[in-house]
Design a protein around this ligand. Structure first.
Ligand code: GDP
Length: 701
């Protein structure tokens, strides 16, 4: 039987049961793992014996609510249990250690951990008062496998801290250059809450995955089949997310599926999602955007589940999808791994109830909690100006309870909450943790992803908003943008102990990408660790920039171009993009940055320039640039880069160089030629195609 089934029978949470199983040395991975009948019987026996001995039963702090008295009296084989106790001291020890453990949790009380550098498992465990292996086990229950010296994503660490009644705060960076600025007044004082104030909150779920695999259909099906009818006369209101009730549990689904929206919000600092469900069509299997979605979800540190959709189709092959998942490093739990995979059909509804049940179980394991009594805080999912209502913001409450009449500051705007409308179109007075509502009363339309917080009064809210918009104005004037660049990284290495360099790597073909990853993985450095958060084939897209921005990564492109709009966005987001045409040049740059050696081992020597005069769409293989060699000479073997003004759009090589209709190996100054490049054809008249060779400089070892 499954762990959660036994938990249900024993009227305890799966988390509690998992703790018992661990103490009984029964190895299971998750609540969905199977155990044998004998093992189930062993647990029943152990528990009934414990209750008979009147020993406090619970190894976890939350189990006090569920008394062991209510458990079925399944008196097991006592003699056997006594024997096993004698051999293995752990059950006895638990009984003795429990009170201590409980006290420890309570004593820790509400406090804040200020994060200065990277959050490393070992030291973070110390801060939490845990042993490293306890923390590692907790991480595993969130499907995150980290070793003792590994670094944790801020959000992941935040969630763990929350579980232990603590809050995590990034150390404030040096003050922004806001002239004559006093400290910005903080909104209403927020008590993270005593552990007993923290109550379970609904999980927030987002569907991600490849286009057409059924994200929207699943959202629609769940919404129509599980929203309680009659509450609203059937009129659902679009508030950016909606809640459903299943088996007395509430689940919140974000209404905008897809990793672009997901990461866009994250780049703005809005980490709303607890569980990302990767939707994979059973007939199609894992596709490009599925991989991308996985990488986005992993970068965000959210818990991952999988929905294998379209199982109604005759061409559906669920096992093949599981096999592919395995290859991606996601082991399905029914194959002995820890990723919950739910076969579903958005068309027939088959499997959807099971998926909801799995979400609830997953949420239970994650112990999502918030303090509903504190002043509210949360994020804008989307906002607009609506006729007759003024600015409306669809928001999701993260912490506390938002009430009509509250003074709030939201990004650089403020207001007094005039009305709250829930996802059923009903006006409500309050909205608690994880609940989405439409909020009326702000003085302007805030950005998607903006954070809102309740303030003590209107005056404070207005002042904070004014100060923020002044800051924004000043920072825009001075064009002071946060940037993540290799140079910054080097500078930072002096300040902090060890720095993580995160990369988004794009290349023209999979083989090259693998070669790059392999070469990068061989670089080791005392100061810097390297993590490739996304690697993919194809041009650099806006999504890549957003992901890099959300994760403080830099983008490296190999034989690829930037899609339209990418340069502008990268500039606004302060993301560095580096284009390369040879692997070792890329690897050297990274190595140099990582080891602190800046001596280049190769230097680019420009041998000639051609200007694009005309563009021909004559070839199936891509557009040809009709050029004039304006300087030096160009050769078919040289490396090329395309420049538009000061900006480099492409680095790579020419796939053909022609004089009239004939292939040419060299074209001299003043001569015309036709140039076709590998993976770049987005020419504009006036672009300069630069040809260069690499001059090698002795490498310093
Ligand atoms: P999204 O792009 O991931 O949001 O995908 P959609 O929800 O728009 O679905 C894409 C197409 O697949 C639509 O034509 C749906 O009707 C169809 N579709 C979605 N789910 C199922 C399913 O479970 N079974 C079948 N047969 N078709 C489905």
């Amino acid at each position: 039987m499954r762990v959660y089934e036994l938990a249900k029978e024993l009227k305890m949470s799966s988390k509690e049961l998992l703790a018992y199983l661990k103490d009984l040395s029964i190895e299971v991975k998750s609540h969905a793992s199977s155990i044998t009948d004998d093992q189930a019987e062993q647990v029943r026996g152990f528990l009934s014996e414990e209750s008979g001995d009147d020993v406090a039963p619970a190894p976890t702090e939350s189990s006090g609510e569920r008394g062991v008295e209510s458990m079925p009296d399944t008196s097991g084989d006592d003699a056997g249990m006594v024997e096993s106790k004698a051999e293995d001291p752990s059950p006895v020890q638990i009984a003795e250690q429990e009170p201590e453990e409980e006290v420890e949790v309570e004593q820790s009380g509400p406090s804040t951990i200020v994060v200065k550098g990277p959050i490393v498992v070992k030291s973070f465990a110390e801060e939490l008062g845990l042993k490293p292996n306890q923390l590692i086990a907790e991480l595993m229950s969130m499907n995150i496998f980290a070793s003792i010296n590994e670094k944790l994503d801020f959000n992941v660490a935040g969630r763990i801290a929350e579980k232990h009644g603590m809050t995590l705060e990034k150390e404030k960076k040096a003050p922004e250059p806001a002239p004559q600025q006093q400290e910005v007044e903080m909104p209403a004082k927020r008590d993270a809450g005593k552990p007993e104030d923290l109550l379970p909150r609904p999980p927030v779920v987002t569907f991600l995955g490849h286009v057409d695999h059924g994200k929207t259909s699943l959202l629609d099906h769940i919404r129509h089949s599980h929203v309680v009818d009659g509450e609203s006369g059937g009129i659902t209101q679009h508030v950016g997310a909606y809640t459903v009730e299943y088996n007395d549990h509430v689940i919140t689904f974000i209404d905008t599926p897809g990793h672009a929206a997901f990461t866009n919000m994250r780049a703005r600092g809005a980490n709303l999602t607890d569980i990302a469900i990767i939707v994979i069509a059973a007939d199609d299997g894992i596709m490009t955007q599925t991989r991308e979605a996985l990488q986005h979800a992993r970068a965000a540190g959210v818990t991952i589940m999988v929905a294998i959709n379209k199982t109604d189709l005759p061409s559906a092959r669920v096992d093949r999808v599981k096999q592919q998942l395995q290859q991606e490093g996601l082991s399905p739990e029914d194959w002995g791994g820890d990723i919950i995979c739910c076969p579903v059909s958005a068309q027939t509804g088959e499997g959807i109830d099971n998926m909801l049940e799995m979400i609830i179980l997953q949420a239970e394991i994650m112990e999502l909690k918030a303090n509903p009594k504190s002043p509210a805080r949360g994020f804008v999912i989307e906002a607009r100006l609506e006729q007759g209502m003024g600015p409306t913001a669809n928001i999701l409450v993260k912490e506390g309870t938002l009430k009509v009449g509250d003074a709030i500051v939201c990004g650089q705007y403020w207001g007094r909450v005039k009305a709250l409308i829930n996802d059923r179109g009903i006006k409500v007075r309050t909205a608690g943790p994880s609940i989405p509502v439409k909020c009326l009363g702000l003085n302007n339309v805030p950005d998607a992803g903006a954070e809102f917080e309740v303030c003590d009064n209107d005056r404070t809210a207005r002042r904070i908003a004014d100060e923020r918009s002044e800051r924004r104005r000043v920072s825009q004037l001075g064009d002071t943008q946060r940037t993540t660049s290799l140079d910054d990284l080097l500078r930072d290495t002096e300040a902090t102990e060890k720095v993580e360099l995160k990369l988004v790597a794009k290349a023209d073909v999979q083989g090259t990408l693998e070669a790059i990853q392999h070469s990068l993985s061989e670089i080791s450095s005392e100061k810097v660790t390297l993590t490739v958060i996304l690697s993919g084939v194809g041009n650099i897209t806006e999504n890549d920039v957003i992901l890099a921005s959300a994760s403080d990564a830099i983008i490296v492109g190999f034989h690829v171009a930037k899609e339209p709009g990418v340069s502008g966005l990268a500039k606004r987001e302060g993301v560095e993009i580096r284009l390369y045409s040879i692997i070792y040049e890329l690897v050297d740059d990274i190595r140099n940055a990582m080891t602190g050696l800046l001596q280049p081992i190769s230097r680019k020597v420009v041998i000639g320039q051609a200007e694009v005069r005309q563009i021909f769409d004559i070839s199936k293989k891509g557009r040809v640039a009709g050029c004039m060699t304006i300087k030096g000479r160009i050769t078919s073997k040289a490396r090329t880069r395309v420049k538009r003004g000061d900006e480099v759009l492409y680095e790579g090589s020419a796939s053909s160089l022609k004089r009239f209709q004939n292939d040419a190996s060299e074209v001299r100054e003043g001569q015309e030629c036709g140039i076709r490049l590998e993976n770049f054809s987005n020419f504009e008249v006036g672009d300069i195609i630069e040809f260069y060779e690499l001059e090698h400089v002795a490498q310093q070892l």
